[in-house]
Design a protein around this ligand. Structure first.
Ligand SMILES: Nc1ncnc2c1ncn2[C@@H]1O[C@H](COP(=O)(O)OP(=O)(O)OP(=O)(O)O)[C@@H](O)[C@H]1O
Ligand SMILES: [Mg+2]
Length: 312
């Protein structure tokens, strides 16, 4: 919501113990989000059939239809009997001051989800990506992946700020891939107490997004690989860029392409998101996607992706 005035003008410092304020807002926007739906939407947009796993409320029905219409498999979303779907609610005033709340709600039931029965239905997954979720749920999914030998991806993002070292170490150790942005990569080092070299000893590939600078890929015994962001991007609103990058990167990896190509596909998908308001409002044709890929990374990149790309 947007409040045209200033919160400051409604707050009486001496009366904070009896605080009760109300703001007449002139704009309400409701946006889709959540890291798992965002990443799944991106994978489906490129032609894959991602399986969304998580916990939502009875209010999930509309979101489910939207996601299913766009190719995301939602059969394994757990629906809570008593709690609503997690949401972030925020009011911004004319000075960009914010009052915000995050309601985890049904999300806390993610810890009750077991992966094996889902795998029995959908087949062995190429990867299980464990994104920011109920911390106990993240831990349980990671441990189940280790036990059952599913290749897993650590993508703890928002939970890095809250989690203690012990949790972060348990989420990262043994991952096929570790995704973070640059700030989060420092948080991982700080919280785990592992330096850059030790992290590389514990994950196969570390992918760090660098905003408009692109992405850096690290592996043991390889030089760092830096892939620049897509060319000709007019940034409008960044929410969801990181998720789109992951979707593009993982789609290309699933197609059997190399890491550099995967990062290029990720950067192009992220470009569509940063150019729109919202996280799932973009659409493209195969021709436009391949055109952008070619303009940014050369004709060979477009030619290699062309046989695989099947936009929804
Ligand atoms: N201004 C930009 N111009 C072009 N590409 C961008 C821009 N910002 C982000 N990207 C693309 O998106 C990818 C992810 O961006 P970034 O590192 O900002 O993710 P993030 O911090 O996780 O974002 P968020 O959490 O808001 O989704 C980058 O690697 C890049 O390809
Ligand atoms: Mg992010």
């Amino acid at each position: 919501m947007t409040f045209a005035g200033r919160f400051e003008d409604s707050l009486v410092v001496e009366q904070l113990s009896k605080l009760s304020v109300s703001f007449l807002v002139d704009d309400l926007e409701i946006r889709r989000g959540g890291v798992a739906p965002n990443i799944s939407f991106g994978l489906a947009a490129l032609g894959l059939s991602p399986v969304l796993v998580g916990a939502a409320g009875q209010d999930f029905a509309d979101y489910r239809s939207w996601l299913e219409r766009h190719g995301v498999v939602c059969d394994h979303v757990r629906i809570s009997e008593s709690r609503h779907t997690a949401r972030f609610v925020c009011t911004t005033d004319s000075t960009m001051a914010q009052f915000a709340s995050f309601y985890p709600g049904a999300m806390s039931e993610a810890r009750l989800i077991e992966l094996a029965p889902i795998v029995a239905r959908v087949g062995e997954p190429a990867y299980v990506l464990i994104g920011a979720d109920d911390p106990d749920g993240m831990l349980r999914h990671t441990e189940e992946c280790r036990q059952r030998g599913y290749r897993f991806i650590a993508d703890p993002s928002q939970q890095l700020a809250f989690g203690e070292g012990e949790l972060i170490r348990a989420l990262v150790d043994g991952a096929a891939l570790l995704f973070t942005n640059e700030y989060e990569s420092h948080l991982v080092e700080q919280k785990t107490g592992w330096d850059a070299a030790e992290i590389l000893g514990r994950v196969e590939v570390q992918v760090t997004t660098l905003g408009a600078e692109g992405v850096r890929i690290r592996r043991r015994e390889h030089d760092d690989l830096v892939v620049p962001a897509a060319a000709g991007v007019t940034a409008v609103e960044p929410t969801g860029v990181g998720d789109a990058f992951r979707a593009g990167f993982l789609a290309a990896t699933t197609w059997g392409l190399g890491l550099e190509r995967a990062a290029q596909v990720g950067c192009v998908l992220a470009a569509y998101v940063v150019e729109t308001v919202g996280t799932q409002e973009y659409a493209f044709t195969a021709a436009s996607f391949l055109g952008r890929l070619g303009d940014s990374y050369g004709a060979a990149a477009a030619a290699e992706v062309e046989p695989h790309l099947r936009p929804a």
